[in-house]
Design a protein around this ligand. Structure first.
Ligand code: SF4
Length: 308
């Protein structure tokens, strides 16, 4: 099958064309994009690679799974509902699942993820669903609109749901952005680089002013939260290591340094590791630099991350 993988991007592009046509409009997924990336995609499209195509197909699978679950639970819904701005043909959104009541309508956005822990939804997801909710409300002002982001990791089975309240101010700022994108796309104009977590997958990153030179000084809010989360997890690991060391010392205080025990709950082996002699590389380097240099071997560098 591997030799056919290069066909995947075409398959994804054709299915998107079938579903959304030529996309000659600004949709909810466009309005959350970086302006520079959006305009470059329109002006200099780059075909996605097979790996990205697989990720997009995974998104489709997650949607299908959610649809089947809601059907099995007897819920009534419409899928892939296209909504247009009542006055502006070029502003639209497609809702994954729409649950219609008499006075309340529920909009669900399904997301496939790789992670198994997500304390909060990504900013771009909240913006995307707000845009959908806002367009629905413009067409149906009498209805109350509720939003839900359903997150599924198809590999691990991790799922999570986030309720999203409609935010009128956010919607209006997104509408302004949609107009700005449309005008620049139609009439020309530079796209502003708007960094976000999505930069990691951006094919225009190499030439992006945010990442050129010294690597940029701005980081998006999502990434800031990730950095804080990373720091907290590292702290927890260090605390857990200290706890584990204390417990280990308590066990050894009981068993001594030569002990074995096994039952259905636990297998425990304690043994002494003999004293070792290790090479004092600093002393060798100082006293016999020629020998030291003779036995140096290359070690691959890596990216170091320090967050305090
Ligand atoms: S790297 Fe980020 S900021 Fe730069 S164009 Fe791509 S999405 Fe925009």
């Amino acid at each position: 099958m591997e030799k056919y993988l290069h066909l995947l991007p075409k398959i994804v592009a054709n299915s998107s064309k079938e579903q959304f046509g030529d996309r000659n409009y600004i949709g909810a997924s466009d309005v959350v994009k970086c302006e520079r990336k959006f305009l470059l995609e329109k002006r200099n499209p780059i075909e996605i690679d097979p790996q990205t195509a697989i990720k997009l197909l995974r998104g489709k699978l997650a949607e299908q799974m959610a649809e089947e679950l809601y059907s099995a639970a007897g819920k009534q819904y419409e899928k892939q509902v296209h909504i247009k701005h009542p006055l502006k043909e070029h502003i639209r959104a497609t809702v994954d699942l729409l649950f219609k009541g008499k006075k309340v309508v529920g909009i669900a956005e399904i997301k496939s993820v790789d992670v198994n822990n997500l304390p909060a939804p990504y900013v771009s997801w909240v913006e995307q669903i707000n845009f959908q909710m806002g367009l629905y409300k413009l067409n149906n002002p009498q209805m109350k609109v509720m939003g839900k982001i359903v997150v599924i990791n198809l590999n691990s089975g991790f799922t999570k749901e986030f309720e999203v309240d409609f935010n009128e101010d956010l919607f209006h700022s997104l509408l302004e952005k949609a107009e700005r994108l449309w005008n620049k796309w139609q009439n020309g104009g530079e796209g502003k680089a708007e960094p976000s977590l999505l930069c990691s997958h951006c094919p225009y990153k190499a030439e992006c002013p945010v990442f050129k030179g010294d690597g940029g000084k701005e980081i998006p809010e999502d990434l800031l939260f990730k950095a804080v989360e990373y720091r907290e997890i590292k702290k927890q690991i260090s605390q857990l290591e200290d706890q584990a060391e204390e417990i280990k010392n308590e066990i050894i205080a009981f068993t001594g340094d030569n002990f074995e025990y096994t039952d259905e709950l636990v297998s425990l082996k304690v043994s002494r590791v003999a004293d070792l002699y290790v090479l004092d590389s600093q002393a060798l380097k100082k006293q016999m630099p020629d020998v030291y240099n003779q036995f140096l071997k290359p070690k691959k560098g890596y990216v170091k991350l320090v967050i305090e």
